[in-house]
Structures are given as C-alpha cells and as structure tokens.
Design a binder for this molecule. Structure first.
Ligand code: NAD
Length: 368
C-alpha cells in the first residue's frame, strides 16, 4: 500500500485551458507557502491528450504512482478534438476514469453557488437563483459507468446490442450517503436522496439503504427522497428548496451539470472527488473545475481561473483541514468580483474585462 505523503500537491494541468487555469492555482499555492509558511510540496505531471502525445498513453505508470502518493491532486481538464478519433482505451478521459477508480474517489462534491454579483448571468429569473447554495454529492465509482457486463455485441438477427449494467451494493451506497449527511450537518441539515426507485431495483435499494443509514446514525438530519426526473424539474422550478442532494453516478452526472447552469458560468464552479479515510485519517482526493478543456478559447488568455481557484479552496477545507485559509481564498474571490473584475465569460456592462493571469493576480492581492 503506497502511503499518502502529507501536504504533497500534484498538479495535473492537462489539455486546452487546463495549464492556463492551473498556473493561477500554482501562483496561489506559492503565495500560501511564502506568506503563511504552509510548506506545500508541489509536483507537476502530464495527463490526458498531452500525455498521449508524448508517451502514447493518457497517463503513465509513473504519473499514476505520483497521484497515489499525493494528498491532493489538482486537475485542470483533459481532452479536445485533436484526440477525438483515437482508440477508446487511449482517450484523454480514460486517465480521469482510471484515477477516480484506482484511487477509489467514490464521492464527487459539486457546489452550485450563485454569486450575488453574477445573478444576472443565470438564464433563470434573479429571484429563483439569488442566494442559491446547494451541494450535489454524486457517487463516482459505481453504477452504470462501471458495471459489468458491458460492451457492444452482435446478435442473431444481424443487429448489434449495446450493454451497460447498473449495479450498486449496500456499502457503495452507504459510504457516499454518509458523506452527504456529514456535509449537511455543517450546512442547512437537509439531504435529498435521488434515484428511480419506481422503475429500477438498484434505485429501490439506494432508497432503502439511505433511509436505513439515516434512521441508524443521522436521525437529526432532515432526509427526503425524490425521483431523479422530478429533481431535474425541481432544480429549475425552485432550486433553493435543496441543501445537499445525494445521488448515483449517472443521475449525478446530469443533475450536477444542470445545477451548474443555474449559476451562469461553467468557469466559476469547483468540484472535489474524495476517497475513504484510512485508519490514520489519510484520504486521497482530486480537485478540479467542472468545466472541460475549452479548446475554443485555449491559448487566448481569456479562460476564467476562478473554478480552479475555488477547487483549491475546497482542497484547503476538505483535505488539508485549513478552513481559515479556505475562507480567506473564497473571500478574495468575492472581493475581486465586488471590484467589478470579470473574465470574458462573465463580463457584463460596466464591468472591467481582465485576462486569466490578471484575474489570478487580483485574487492574490486580496489574500490576507
Ligand atoms: P467545456 O467545459 O470545455 O466548454 C464548454 C463552453 O464553456 C465552451 O464555450 C468554453 O469556452 C466555455 N468554458 C469552459 N470553461 C471555461 C472557463 N474556465 N472560462 C471561460 N469559458 C469556459 O466543454 P466541452 O466544449 O463540451 O468539452 C471540451 C473538451 O473538454 C472535450 O474534449 C471534453 O471531452 C473535455 N471535457 C473534459 C472534462 C474534464 O477534464 N474533467 C470535463 C468536461 C469536458
């Protein structure tokens, strides 16, 4: 078993705008090292399409082992049209699936927060999204994306059949539900569990196990169950009814993307993927913006680095137990938005357009 090395941060910038936004995170880590004597060790490696170009694989064994021994992984984004037509097993995204699966990062946390300064950037009416602060907890290593059997097979009548299998076990459900309940306790104490128990046995099991865990260990947290399709509708109708939503891999993929759009810009939203704590309290975790590699704007110095910077704030909070530093960083982001600085994706009338690196510098200038 490879030991996690405390305070070791591995930067995996990846492709497209990944290196541009992770560079701003690196500046912030260095600021904490220089000004708060935090002594974070930084390492950096290739992953995704850039790794395929250099090594013929989206992640080398060497990088994978570096990831295994890092307490925090900060990922930019991977992929792009350049690699669309390569063999499935070599695609940039396979590196992410491998990291999530092998590092057992089973819980994906995605906050959807509507910044007051950007209420007008949402496609929904201001009164629906103003003050929005929800956390979606998505199961990340089970369900239909990993279940066996899977594949595409020829069948008797000359047609082909595509197969994927949706499975969940009790422990897979309870470990992610536990994370949701624990998070809710630090927030508004409300969990909504989503599945399709009306049409799927795995959904029925999900609902029963979440309820059982609640009744045994989390009676003080308010729990409700909702069908995933209804949740999709409620997220548009009245998103502020939610505090923490916990759901499986497939529904979580869709519901968290939908929730992210409530807030106006992909460039603002962070995420965390957490593993289990071992007996020494060590946990592997990967932090990344929810956006992709944005090849359409790569190299133009206009990418918004805030989602990546807020992902680092999540790392400070959830992996490094540095809540004050996380607050400091989140307040710095708010401060810069209050000053009217905007990257192109969130620019509105009367605001001042700024580049990726100038946005990073402005955030650093607000750190205390
Ligand atoms: P995308 O998130 O990269 O881009 C969608 C739109 O949002 C684009 O117009 C882009 O310019 C804009 N955008 C995204 N991030 C931004 C930022 N930080 N600042 C300003 N604008 C931003 O999604 P896509 O276009 O569907 O995918 C592009 C590539 O990224 C694909 O190859 C996809 O597979 C990959 N992808 C990777 C990840 C990941 O690495 N986790 C996630 C999603 C997509």
């Amino acid at each position: 078993m490879i030991k996690v090395r405390k305070r070791k941060i591995l930067l995996l910038p990846g492709d497209g705008i990944g290196p541009e936004v992770i560079n701003e995170v690196k500046k912030i880590i260095n600021w904490f090292n220089d000004n708060k004597s935090l002594d974070f060790g930084i390492d950096e490696a290739l992953v995704g399409g850039c790794s395929y170009d250099k090594h013929g694989t989206p992640i080398t064994d060497e990088v994978f082992y570096k990831a295994l021994e890092s307490e925090v992984i900060m990922l930019g984004a991977v992929g792009g049209p350049k690699w669309d037509n390569i063999e499935f097993s070599k695609k940039p995204e396979r590196a992410l699936l491998k990291l999530r699966k092998e590092l057992k990062l089973f819980a994906n946390l995605r906050p959807a927060i509507c910044f007051e300064q950007l209420v007008d950037a949402s496609t929904l009416k201001p009164e629906i999204v103003s003050g929005l602060d929800i956390m979606i907890v998505r199961e990340l290593t089970g369900g239909i994306y990993f279940g066996e059997p899977r594949g595409i097979k020829p069948i008797d009548n000359g047609e082909r059949k595509g197969i994927n299998t949706h499975t969940y076990t009790t422990s897979e459900i309870t470990r992610v539900a536990r994370i949701a309940f624990d998070l809710a306790k630090k927030r508004s104490n409300k969990v909504t569990s989503c599945e399709k128990s009306n049409v799927m046995e795995a959904g029925q099991l999900w609902k029963e196990e979440v309820q059982e865990l609640h009744d045994k260990e989390y009676k003080d947290v308010e729990l409700s169950h909702m069908l995933a399709d209804n949740c999709a509708m409620q997220l548009l109708r009245n998103p502020k009814q939610f505090d923490v939503i916990v759901t499986d891999n497939l529904f979580g993929d869709m519901l968290s993307d939908q929730a992210s759009m409530l807030t106006g810009s992909l460039g603002l939203l962070p995420s965390a993927s957490l593993g289990a704590k071992n007996k020494d309290g060590e946990m592997r975790a990967m932090y990344e913006p929810i956006h992709g590699s944005a090849p359409d704007i790569a190299g133009k110095e206009i990418a918004n680095p805030i989602a990546s910077i807020l992902s680092f704030a999540m790392a400070l909070r959830y992996s490094l137990d540095l809540d004050n530093e996380a607050d400091n960083l989140e307040k710095a982001v708010q401060g810069v938005l209050n000053d009217g600085l905007r990257t192109k994706d969130i620019l509105s009338e009367g605001m001042k357009e700024t580049s990726t690196s100038a946005m990073g510098d402005a955030i650093i200038s607000k750190l205390q």
